[in-house]
Design a protein around this ligand. Structure first.
Ligand code: SF4
Length: 331
């Protein structure tokens, strides 16, 4: 094992159990629900600063509270966000009260892909929209300070992007977005391809970017950069910043396998089998892989999980974009 730089950002899928039936994902069809024991998460590196606990539907993992407790023990200085589909309000209420005792600053991102029936259609569950609204209220009452509506662009819900954005303002919660993508290790290996009217796509994205840049909160300006990066990526202009997959960032699946990101399928090793995280991360094989990923092997993607560490690594570039575009979008 040689020396190497440890990562700062991770997506941890703690289960592939899921109570949704989303059109852009087939994780819900996975039958193998083998999960690493909660103790394995104690091996995560203390260098992690951003931890996204995901799934499947993470609240469906029976010992989620113990999992969060162990991750928090291993990574005491990280910022925690749990990504949920919000379809099990009662279960979420029970678990979040316990989780807040461990991490009072935990954030929760709830998927919302449209208003009313459109959301039900994308998620394949009648009444999904109402459940999401109920969950948001429950999270507020429980004292969760950072709540986000997480919109995913599919081929059926472009018109809903600005509506979900406006609803987030009305509910006084944050907004984040993604576009459906292909992934060998995520989205249940589903083949996804976006087909959108270029003009309508631009209109919707520019509406959100403008509103984010007009905000008084600098955090929203960073979000505007991310949104613009997503737009550029969708129209085929590539990533705004170099990828950090397998370098600053990684993905840990419910079986304990480490991958460079949710879209890169190189198996870097098993956290369950290794004696420590460093044993995997700093192996000769993975030091070589890291260089290859930097040099073009990383699969193109622009998701908040794969972009966040890159954004933080290039503050002057992002700052310059914000400055230029705050002026442009206010004209
Ligand atoms: S996108 Fe999320 S909520 Fe939908 S089926 Fe996949 S894991 Fe479940």
């Amino acid at each position: 094992m040689s020396k190497c730089k440890l990562p700062v950002d991770v997506v941890v899928a703690i289960t592939y159990k899921c109570n949704a039936r989303c059109s852009m994902c087939s994780i819900w069809q996975i039958k193998d629900h083998q999960e690493i024991p909660a103790q394995t998460y104690l091996k995560l590196p203390a260098t992690l600063k951003d931890i996204n606990i995901s799934g499947g539907e993470p609240f469906m993992r029976a010992d989620i509270v113990e999992v969060v407790k162990n991750i928090k023990t291993a990574c005491p200085n990280a910022r925690y966000v749990i990504s949920s589909n919000g379809l099990a309000p009662v279960l979420i209420q029970q678990k979040i009260i316990e989780i807040l005792k461990i991490e009072p600053n935990v954030g929760v991102a709830i998927s919302l892909d449209g208003i009313g029936q459109i959301h039900d259609q994308v998620r394949g569950i009648p009444g999904a929209y109402e459940k999401v609204l109920q969950t948001v209220e429950i999270l507020k009452k429980a004292g969760v300070k950072y709540i986000k509506l997480a919109y995913t662009l599919t081929n059926d819900n472009l018109e809903e992007m600005t509506k979900v954005f406006n609803l987030s303002k009305k509910l006084n919660v944050d907004f984040t977005m993604a576009a459906m993508q292909n992934s060998d290790v995520y989205f249940g290996n589903k083949e996804n391809k976006l087909h959108q009217d270029p003009q309508k796509l631009k209109q919707a994205f520019y509406y959100v970017i403008k509103k984010q840049l007009q905000s008084w909160h600098p955090k929203q300006w960073g979000r505007a950069f991310f949104t613009f990066g997503l737009y550029q990526f969708i129209i085929g202009k590539g990533r705004k910043l170099p990828p950090e997959a397998g370098n600053q960032h990684f993905f840990l699946d419910p079986h304990g396998v480490i991958y460079p990101s949710v879209v890169d399928n190189q198996n870097m090793g098993s956290l369950a089998l290794a004696s420590s995280f460093e044993q995997i991360w700093c192996s000769v094989k993975n030091n070589t892989l890291r260089k290859e990923l930097k040099n073009g092997l990383a699969k193109p993607s622009w998701m908040i999980c794969t972009a966040r560490s890159a954004i933080k690594k290039h503050p002057f570039f992002v700052g310059g974009w914000i400055l230029k575009n705050k002026i442009k979008f206010s004209l």
